[in-house]
Design a protein around this ligand. Structure first.
Ligand SMILES: Cc1ncc(COP(=O)(O)O)c(C=O)c1O
Length: 424
């Protein structure tokens, strides 16, 4: 029954039942964790073939000995393969080390402190530097901004991607906004795929924002489809070429959730002009990336067909965990008015919204009975969710049974917090 329809007496009866369920769960000694947006052990094992795959053949297609220094832009065959993931030619793709997040940090820091077009263009020359952050979003993007002193402005994330009316309105009134964070396919945490219209409007933002504006297009889940009906993502580079804004977009990706998390290969794509400027900058930090690992990945993943087949194996492993969360939420909370949640067709997360003011309480209640949830607020800049309602659920890492048990307990916490709030 919908919470709004319950009388005080019915609420009190529910409270008694829920308190009993909660105490029973507390006594059962749970030790569960839904915080970890990591692949599970079976997923990483799908790439175990990487170990030893070179069989002593360290030469790249052009004869480069990958065991030696050099090749800052990455191996040509790795640039071609991962360029395809980003929808870019090899010449507009750079393949780096093990973390795309590192590459994002390097790009933002470079634009801020040194300037993509020389010292005059450094964002840091201005008194204030701001970024638009669609919310809920990825905490580590926000951490980069916070660490570098970039002020963050929230805009709502819709099913079609960032609320573009809000984005454009902000840009019209504030010239200190220098960038926007985007996770365009299976966004973290809502799982939405940006609509074609949104992608085109983002590609046109530099017209409003100015030539030093950067779109940080973090396509971390580009190939992480869970269900066949998932929408494809429009190519931002096609729109950028049409609107002459290729210099304003950096695209990112990695194999962290394709092969080994933290031991994969990261890549970025942008205009040749940007890659040349960034390459020069990165040359001061490194002689080149781990080309042996790049070659291992090329030999393992081969081409986009093999990559797709490999990702289908990932999906088969984690789909039951997502189903388990969704089945429980549907069964226990549908029609109760106690929360809403997303039904992602790919990616790593389910985003849950409690009624306003309850996310922190639910996380606390769950923690007290041994169910660890991502801290409330983590999906917002500065850790502050103005509605205190968003909770990111990460079902991939725990075993299927643990996910099932954790969500069953989570639901009790949501119900308990909601009924308690109503009776206050
Ligand atoms: C949106 C997004 N971008 C980037 C990353 C991290 O990528 P990497 O391992 O390549 O640094 C994650 C990891 O959870 C993510 O969710």
């Amino acid at each position: 029954m919908h919470i709004d329809k319950l009388s005080i007496q019915e609420l009190q009866e529910q409270l008694t039942t829920l308190q009993a369920q909660y105490h029973k769960l507390g006594e059962s000694g749970l030790a569960l964790d839904l915080t970890r947006g990591k692949p599970c052990a079976e997923q990483v094992a799908l790439a175990d073939e990487l170990d030893g795959i070179l069989q002593g053949n360290y030469l790249a297609a052009d004869g480069t000995d990958t065991r030696n220094y050099g090749g800052l832009d990455g191996l040509p065959e790795a640039r071609a393969l991962f360029g395809e993931v980003l929808g870019l030619p090899a010449e507009e793709t750079m393949v780096g080390g093990n973390s795309s997040l590192t590459m994002m940090y390097q790009v933002v820091e470079f634009a801020l402190t040194e300037g993509l077009r020389g010292p005059e263009s450094a964002w840091g020359n201005s008194d204030a530097v701001k970024f638009i952050c669609p919310v809920p979003g990825y905490d580590r993007h926000f951490a980069i901004c916070e660490h570098l002193g970039i002020e963050m402005l929230n805009v709502p994330m819709l099913d079609s991607g960032p609320d573009m009316d809000a984005v454009e309105a902000l840009l019209k009134e504030d010239s200190s906004i220098k960038g926007i964070w985007c996770v365009p396919r299976f966004s973290n945490p809502t799982g939405c795929v940006y609509s074609d219209q949104t992608v085109e409007r983002i590609a046109r933002l530099p017209d409003l924002a100015g030539e030093d504006f950067l779109v940080m297009w973090d396509n971390a889940y580009a190939v992480h489809t869970l269900r066949e009906q998932a929408a494809a993502l429009a190519s931002i580079s096609e729109y950028c070429r049409a609107h002459n804004t290729m210099d304003n977009v950096f695209q990112f990706g990695s194999t962290s959730k394709i092969s080994f998390a933290g031991a994969g290969v990261a890549f970025l794509g942008s205009s040749r002009k940007n890659l040349a400027a960034l390459g020069k900058h990165l040359g001061n930090q490194s002689i080149g990336p781990d080309k042996v690992n790049q070659l291992r990945h090329v030999r393992f993943l081969k081409d986009s067909d093999h990559l797709a087949a490999h990702m289908a194996k990932h999906a088969a492993l984690i789909r039951p965990r997502f189903d388990s969360v969704l089945d429980t939420l549907d069964r226990e909370l549908s029609g109760t008015g106690m929360g809403s949640w997303t039904r992602p067709l790919g990616g790593y997360f389910i985003s849950f919204d409690t009624l306003p003011g309850l996310a922190g309480e639910v996380v606390k209640l769950a923690g007290a009975i041994g169910v660890k949830l991502t801290p409330a607020g983590a999906t917002f800049p500065y850790g502050k969710d103005p509605n205190d309602s968003n909770i990111r659920l990460a079902p991939t890492f725990a075993t299927e049974q643990a996910v099932k048990d954790a969500v069953a307990a989570f639901v009790v916490c949501v119900r308990l917090a909601t009924v308690q709030q109503r009776l206050r």
